[in-house]
Design a protein around this ligand. Structure first.
Ligand code: ATP
Ligand code: MG
Length: 260
């Protein structure tokens, strides 16, 4: 099997003559936490939407484990093990934390009705749900109504419901967006933890998160790949510095570089 779990070849998306993603060749190595970064409007979310089949590419190819999935449908790639967290696996606010994870597990098992008739299977489902909660450090919140939890904990729950679908590749679009310092730290550590035995591709604006946990970074600018490499490589790249000049992330990156 190839080292690359996910590859794009000349991936391109045009919106009425405007090229949002331009000839992108992305190679995500199995087992990596891979970050997709770039200034606002660079095409990161569009890229994600192409990978998860929310958008149809104008040109190019997407390969997952060497199979061409360019024309696969969202449900098909989910079954293959590509799961996008946040924004999509929205949790039900009025259910308890445990109930939400159980729904995630049920979704994974499909609609086998007889399944519910066996008490033993039900016990196993509860056991697995509690296991997932333990994995994201939410055991103590099992019976809490989801809406009553702090924001960072809700995101941890979203990760648990994503894990319930047994992803081989997890796609995270700005997992720490809108979080305070403490939650950023918690979710970052959680991503590091759940990355064991999986591959993660994430869009992230927070450069301390990127430098802290990502193995490889791809930088997009105006739809095209500007640079790739480790955090040190891309943060010292003159073109990347120029692209980020005057942006908040740029200022933060400069601070980080100073701290190194
Ligand atoms: N459905 C659409 N129709 C037309 N233009 C679009 C559409 N979606 C995105 N774009 C344009 O494509 C470009 C890339 O947008 P995209 O949302 O992918 O950027 P991004 O890198 O995710 O930015 P941000 O950091 O702000 O989230 C932008 O110029 C955007 O206006
Ligand atoms: Mg975006």
């Amino acid at each position: 099997m190839s080292d690359f779990i996910l590859e794009t070849r000349a991936l391109t998306k045009e919106f009425k003559g405007f090229t949002a993603v331009n000839n992108v060749n992305l190679q995500v190595q199995r087992g990596h936490i891979h970050a997709l970064i770039g200034p606002n409007g660079a095409g990161k979310t569009t890229c994600f939407n192409l990978l998860t089949k929310f958008l149809v590419p104008s040109a190019g190819q997407i390969l997952f484990n060497g199979h061409d999935i360019t024309s696969a449908r969202p449900a098909q790639i989910a079954r293959m093990g590509i799961i996008r967290s946040f924004q999509i696996s929205a949790v039900f606010p009025h259910l308890t934390v445990l109930q939400n994870v159980r729904i995630g597990l049920q979704r994974q098992l499909g609609t086998t009705f007889h399944f519910w008739r066996s008490e033993k299977t039900l016990d196993r489902l509860n056991e697995r749900a509690m296991g997932l909660l333990a994995e994201v450090d939410l055991t103590g919140f099992a019976d809490t109504i989801t809406a009553d939890m702090p924001y960072g904990r809700k995101r941890a729950l979203e990760i648990a419901t994503t894990l319930a679908m047994e992803p081989e590749l997890m796609l995270l679009d700005e997992p720490t967006q809108g979080m305070g310092h403490e939650d950023v730290h918690r979710v970052t550590e959680l991503i590091r933890k759940v990355s064991q035995g999986r591959t993660i591709l994430m869009v992230e604006h927070n450069m301390s998160v990127v430098s802290g946990i990502c193995d490889k970074i791809s930088v997009l600018q105006r739809g095209a790949m500007l640079a790739e490499g480790s955090y040190d490589e891309v943060s010292n790249n003159a073109q990347v510095m120029e692209a980020y000049m005057g942006t908040e992330a740029g200022a933060e990156a400069v601070e980080l570089a100073g701290a190194h």
